[in-house]
Design a protein around this ligand. Sequence first.
Ligand code: GAL
Ligand code: ZN
Length: 670
Amino acid sequence: MSFTPRFPMFLHGGDYNPDQWLDRPDILERDVEMMQKAHVNCVSVGIFSWALLEPEEGVYNFEWLDEVIDRLWKGGIHVILATPSGARPAWMAQKYPEVLRVDEHLQRHHFGERHNHCLTSPVYRQKVHDIDTALARRYAHHPAVILWHLSNEYSGDCRCPLCQEKWRQWLKDKYGSLDELNRCWWTSFWSHRYTDWSQVEAPSPMGEGSITSMWVDWRRFSTWQCKTFMMAEKAAVQAVDPSLKCTANLMERFWDYDYFDLAEGMDVVSWDSYPAWHSGDDVAKAAEFAMNHDLMRSYKDQPFLLMESTPSLVNWKPINKLKRPGMHLLSSLQAVAHGSQSVMYFQWRKGRGGAEMFHGAVVDHDGRDDTRVFRDVTAVGQALERLQPLYDAPNARAKVCIIYDMNNRWAIDYAQTGMPKNMRYFDTVCMHYRSLWKLGVSIDFRDMRDCTDLSGYQLVIAPMLFMFRGGFEEKLRSYVQAGGTLLMTYFSGVVDEHDLAFLGGAPHGMTDVLGVRSAEFEALYPQDQNALVMKDGRRFPIHELAEIPEPLGAEPLGVYESDFYAGLPCLTRHAFGQGQAYYLAAKPEQEGLDAIYADLASQLALPRALPDALPEGVVATERGGAVFLQNYSGKEQRFTLSGAYTDLLTGQAVSGDTAMPENGVMVLTK
Ligand code: GAL
Ligand code: ZN
C-alpha cells in the first residue's frame, strides 16, 4: 500500500521554507545539491506561505513557487505540498477580523502567531477554499507533487459569535429538544437549567464550567468542526485531482480532538514526533513514542507517515538537548518499525530570525554539509534506501488490543474525582502498553466506535475505561463469551456516553463477566504505602488509585497487603463463557504491571518479535517479517540470539553472541 503512488519509496526529507530565502538564489540552488548529498528525496513546501502566495486579496503570486518546485524536481526531489491555512496574511486579519479566533476567556485575538483561525467563519472557509483550489489547479498535476499536507497541526477551538451559533445548532441536531439536553447534561445541578436555546453558550472559565457532560460535548463539537474544515480543504484540492492523497499532521498526546474520528476524514495519517531523549529514562521515552507510533498506525489501521521530527534538538522544551550519537538513526527507525513510510524533519534549513531560529535543522546557520547532524541525516537516508524492501510491508495484525478512547480521556480529565493529578489516563495506558512492548508483542489501539471489531484478538486491555459508550460493554461481554481474554482496571464502566453515572454498580454491565464489583474508589497520597500481594508471595507496591472490590465469584490472584481493606482481592480472574476476564483494582508500579503481563503473555503464548531474552532496554519490534532490534538502555549490550539473521542495514550476518552499541539499531531478516 502506498499513499504516494507517484513515488512509492520511503520518504526522507522535511519541512522546507524557501519563502524565507527568496533573496538568496545562491542558497536555494545550494539547497538542492545538499539535499541530494543527504539522500533527501522529498520536502514539504508551502506550509506557511499564504502571505507570499496571495499578497493582496484575490491576487495570487505563484511564480516563486513554480521556480522552487521546478528546481526541486530537476534535482530529483519530490514535494509534499501544503495548503496554507495554518496561518493567514495580515491583510486578511485586518479586513475580516472574523477570521481571528475568540479564546476561552472570550477575547478576540489580534493578528499574529498561527493555528488560531476561527473554524466557522464563512469568510475564512471561502478564502481557504479559493487558495486551495488555485494551488491545486497550478500544481496537482506537477510530477514532483506527491501528496497534500492539509494545513498544519489543526488544533484548538473558537468561541466567537459564529462558533457559538454553530455550537447551538450542533446541539439541536444532537439532542432534538432542550428537555433532552437538560436531561443529558444534568442541568438541575446548581440551577443551571436552560429554558431557551439562546441561553446556551460554549463552556468557558468566564461562564459555564461545571457541567462536565457539556465539556465532553464541546470536545466532540470541536472535533466535528475541525473535521468539516479539514474535509472542505480535502474536497477543494481533490476536486482538481482526486488521485492525489491528503494527510494532516497530528501531534503526540493531543487532547483537543478525537483523532480516531478526525483520521476518518483524511487518506493517510501523518504526525510530528518530538521525544525528549536523554532527559532521564530513554527506555520510558521509547515506550511512550512506540505507543504514539502505534496509535498513529491504529487510527486508520494502515501505515502512516512521520511528517516531522528533529534532526538534532528542538527549541521549545524546558530543556533542549541534542540527540546523542546513534539516537537519530535509532529513533528514526523506531517510526519505520511501527509502520511509517517516511522519516521527515522539521526543518531542512535554520531560518535567520523569528521564534524558530534556534530550532534544530539539517542545515545550520553555518550552511555546512560536513556537520555531525548532516552526517546523521545522511545515514538515515541511506538506511531507508536499504530498507526499501520493507516499504510495502505492513505490520502484522496484532493479537493484543488496548482500548484507548478520546471521549473516555476527556471524561476522566473533566471528572472532579480522585485526585486530579492521579488520574493520568494517557500515562496509564502507556504503562500497560510498555509491559508488552518490552516483550516484543505487537499491539493495536482501538476506541469505542461502532466499527471496532475485537474478534481476532487474544487479549483486550481496557485500562481506566471510565466511560462506556455505544454499548461497548456488550462488545466486551461477547468477546469474552466467545473465548477472549479481557483485562480491565479500576475506574471502568462508571459513566455513560453523556457522562452521567450509571446507576446500579460499576463496571456497568460487566460485574457478572468480571466476577467482581467496584464498591468504593479512592485516591492515595504519595506517602501512602500498600501493595498487591500475589498468591505466590510476589509483592507489587500500588500507588495513586485504589478500589475496594466486592467479590462476586472471581478467583483472587492477589490481595491488598494493608489498610482496612487488607486481604480483599486486588487482582482477580473470572471464567466467563469460553473466555476469562481479569480485573485489576489498583494501580501498580511499572514492575507490577510487567509481571502481570509477563504471566499473561506466557499463558496466552502471545506472538513475540524474537523468542530470545533480551537485556532491559533492548527491544524487538516486528514489521513485514523483519525484526527491528533497538537499544535504548544507554549502554552497550550483549546477548545471545538463537536464530541466524542478516542485518538489512549493514548486510552483515548476525547470530549467537551479539553486541549492540549504546543507541544501536539492527534490522534482522532471516
Ligand atoms: C511543529 C510545527 C512546526 C514547527 C515544529 C518545531 O509542531 O508543526 O511548524 O514549529 O513544531 O518543533
Ligand atoms: Zn469562531
